[in-house]
Design a protein around this ligand. Sequence first.
Ligand SMILES: Cc1cc2nc3c(=O)[nH]c(=O)nc-3n(C[C@H](O)[C@H](O)[C@H](O)COP(=O)(O)OP(=O)(O)OC[C@H]3O[C@@H](n4cnc5c(N)ncnc54)[C@H](O)[C@@H]3O)c2cc1C
Length: 808
Amino acid sequence: MKSQARVVVIGGGAVGCSALYHLTQLGWTDAVLLERDELTAGSTWHAAGNCPNFSTSWSILKLQRYSTALYARLAHETGYDINYHLTGSIRLAHTADRVDEFRHVLAQARAQQTEFELLAPAQIKERHPFLELDDIRLGLWDPGDGDIDPAQLTQALAKGARDRGASVYRHTGVTGIRELASGGWRIETTAGAIDAEYVINAAGYRGGEVAAMIGEYLPMVTLSHQYLLTEDIQALRERGAARLPLVRDPDVSYYLRQERHGLLLGPYESRGRAHWLDDLPHEFAHQLFADDLGRIESYIEAACARMPILGSVGVKRVINGPIPYAPDGNPLMGPAAVGRNFFHCCAFTFGIVQAGGAGRIIAEWLVNGEPDWDVWPLDHRRYLPFANRSYTLAKALETYEHEYGVAYPQEERPAGRPAKTSPLYDRLRAIGAVFGARGGWERALYYAKSEDPAGPECSFRRPQWHRAITRECAAVAGGVALLELPGFTKFEVTGAGAPAWLDYLVAGALPRPGRSTLSYFCSPRGGIVSEMTVSRLGEDRFWLISAAAGERHDEHWLRSHLSQRFGPVSLANLTCRYGSLIVVGPHSRTLLARIADADLTNEAFPWLTVRTVPIGYTEALALRVNYVGELGWELHVPSEHLLSVHQLLVDAREELELVHFGLYAMESLRLEKCYRSWKADLTTEYTPLMASLERFVRLDKQTDFIGRDALRREAAAGPKERFVPLLVEARDADAAAVSIVYRGSERVGLVTSGGYGYRLNRSIALAYVRADLARPGTELEVEILGERRPARVGREPLYDPENLRLRA
Ligand SMILES: Cc1cc2nc3c(=O)[nH]c(=O)nc-3n(C[C@H](O)[C@H](O)[C@H](O)COP(=O)(O)OP(=O)(O)OC[C@H]3O[C@@H](n4cnc5c(N)ncnc54)[C@H](O)[C@@H]3O)c2cc1C
């Protein structure tokens, strides 16, 4: 074995081999793959090999589309034969909600140049004569779906990589990894040591084991998943080489396809099983679990009713194999928090169809410093440290059970909750708070009242809680209202080098002492990595506040850029030490003045300033900013005083009606102000110039900053797309994220957030559109659940254009 390589990939499953293939494609040919057994010995060898394009997630749809396109040409490209049957597939819809879901995904796919089709039952029957369809509303046709031989796929990828100079060492298990003082990593294996600049952990369900070798924990567990293969069926034999389309019956929860002249049936059952919670057996490779057909009996019956020929023959073989799961069923990818240049790329539950795209993404991450696409749903930093084994197990089992559930835009599932609660949790619950989890924190979504109408909590249309939001938005606009935001990410940056260091990280100007500003952190390519409110509490003391979900991501970005070249800088994560209360509305000053020992007048405490304000027995850091566009303050209060400060606010209300509001109202209010949301409207695929945020960018700053050159080039050429608000003539459904914007028959943009604005009484979408169509007044259309609705480009902010209310 070589003793040195630029990059070592650990794990020779479909994903590891794809990583190796793509690294060599990008020119990194000094690459080595280490496999403890034979290639495919993990989950890959026994996978069913189904390869859909379909996904309800924009990022995963993109990734899978890339894979299927690659697989279609891979045999030719590598000279290695692969059995890949492009049969197309039909997903069956039993319910109106499922039809809504299909319509939404169909538009997303179209925007990615993939044409799905909706089929009436009679059309389904034409393509699949063996199905009983009495209870089916319609089907979704994915023409690029099919099944591939996973072992051949893996071998082809490995061959392609080897042909370009990479090495693959089988029976070479990694036993230890340590970071070298000189930089890079030493990887100890059963066949000696190898040093590498970069490492990729592609160890599949053993990904956690490999992560532990560098002292990192990954939230993943191993479950079992099984499918059965039937004996040959005469009716299929008679069809000769013709193959049936793959069928998925998501409302029952199984897939069913032809395998040779028999059938292959795989359910995602309601009671999944976890394995090896304490330890992974070292010797397990190329093995299966014992058959467990009892678990899937009812699904077999349902599938036999759907396709009676299934019940006409016996079961030939059962495959029950290990499958890794992160809490949400998406993989864990991206740079490790420990050390430099160590990347995870494991925990794939659909790793055959995702291997192609995942290999490309991880290779770009190493070679180019970042992937071409924003892949936040796959980034392992989406999990905060609380996601321990108990949480991961509870969530993974829930996800497995819902693998085929309807992907509602706002669904809050109960497993693994409550994980993190603020001291106010019980108090808010007692007054009707309905909670959702954000970064593990229970946050009020809205406050229900007994007189509110009953109705579904989840829908693609406006659900029943819109009554509550109407009430809460009215209070924010007309009185005084309170929002608690536990888990708001907060960092303190101090030290003589802090101003210069921050100036290098952000695209805009730093605020003067006593002031706050929104700041954009860009990648070298100019894409938006993060958005934070930067408050300057002293010459060299700053607070950085960002989204709850971004805590690990943002901390990783900041820490990995720490450098002494600007002078001493220290960074502290204060997230759990402070709770956050947002007090807003025209009467917020009156209310706050009753409890705060501070001058809150406009002269003493104007918009965009920050002060330390004594309240009760503590001091709050008060920012005269908010995300809803009314007079108001963000109060960051030491956690141990949160309850008492909240009580003071409630007790001080006297004749004022103090209304609590939740995240859903906040979302509506911020849409009206066109405030962007991180990872919805702001991703690495958009720059601050595309996001129409040039007022926060200083291309003429004296100092260099990350992304400056790319932004200068873009400014000179003019951004190709621009962020705009759209006023939409919607019916009972608003534009969801990734709805498509049209001009005539041409697709000209993409919605990144949408909803109803209750102060304006308008349906609103925030979108990126072709730059020449960004002028206010331009007439466009947005596709909502299969229907094109008129939409006009508005001038931002839509609500209170002069910001008079914020400055009041
Ligand atoms: C029954 C079943 C059916 C499935 N059907 C499908 C399907 O139809 N479509 C689909 O997309 N997905 C399917 N999957 C999921 C799919 O099998 C996995 O997602 C995929 O195989 C994961 O590939 P991987 O390369 O990430 O991991 P693995 O295939 O597990 O590869 C990881 C490799 O790393 C090696 N390794 C681990 N530790 C070390 C170490 N310390 N040193 C060196 N090497 C190490 C292992 O030996 C292994 O070969 C199915 C899974 C099951 C269980």
